[in-house]
Write a protein that binds this ligand. Structure first.
Ligand SMILES: CC(C)(COP(=O)(O)OP(=O)(O)OC[C@H]1O[C@@H](n2cnc3c(N)ncnc32)[C@H](O)[C@@H]1OP(=O)(O)O)[C@@H](O)C(=O)NCCC(=O)NCCS
Length: 181
């Protein structure tokens, strides 16, 4: 797991060299190279990059605000979270997450996921969000999120959800996060 001493750092996408990034899923590579900057400028997504000590991009993820249709949520979750029956409810979209093939198996995927969840949780203290949504690109990606206890939507198993209450519990002792968005 990277820490300050390992030389990895997470930064908002700027003028980083993205040309060499390759995660084995072409649309995710193309997104980082061709679309991420535009999405950032248009306030559609905030891309964060994981930069290695030698300046290579080891991974990235994006976060956006989104709206969930109340009817799409698993009914037992609506009950458990005691959600109001509004037509739409607020959530945070983890739009994309990928680790470069050369950096796999070093727990960087986990590190990026936890970083994204913590960002989402901090944001939710000022702009409410019920939880984090992902649309898994394929079965392998879906298995990755299930490994971290995301829940499947009944009508759309590729869409997964982690309640903000669960995310908050992960960072319960993180008082710094409360004060410093
Ligand atoms: C999925 C991905 C982000 C994982 O990154 P990684 O750095 O190789 O994974 P990590 O080393 O952090 O793995 C942490 C844990 O997740 C597990 N894991 C990793 N990929 C997994 C997968 N596809 N399915 C199930 N579990 C997976 C690991 O076995 C490890 O498990 P452990 O806690 O039991 O030891 C990476 O393989 C990737 O970028 N894939 C292509 C793009 C993609 O599918 N993105 C996700 C959806 S858009």
């Amino acid at each position: 797991m990277p820490d300050a001493s390992s030389g990895f750092r997470v930064e908002v996408l700027g003028d980083h060299d993205r040309s060499a990034f390759s995660c084995g899923v072409e649309p995710l590579d193309r997104y980082l190279k061709q679309q991420a900057g535009q999405d950032a400028r248009r306030n559609v997504a905030v891309p964060f990059v994981l930069v290695a000590a030698d300046q290579r991009i080891a991974g990235y993820y994006t976060l956006s605000a989104t709206a969930l249709k109340g009817d799409d949520l698993p009914p037992e979750l609506v009950k458990k979270l005691r959600l109001p029956r509004y037509p739409e409810l607020p959530a945070t979209m983890l739009g994309r997450l990928a680790v470069d093939s050369g950096f796999r198996g070093q727990r960087l995927g986990e590190f990026l996921l936890l970083h994204a969840l913590r960002r989402a949780w901090i944001g939710s203290q000022q702009v409410a969000s019920l939880g984090v949504i992902v649309d898994a690109k394929d079965e392998s990606a879906r298995q990755f999120y299930l490994h971290y206890h995301f829940l499947s939507f009944p009508e759309n198993p590729r869409r997964l959800f982690l309640p903000m209450k669960t995310v908050a519990a992960l960072f319960a002792s993180d008082t710094e996060g409360l004060a410093k968005p």
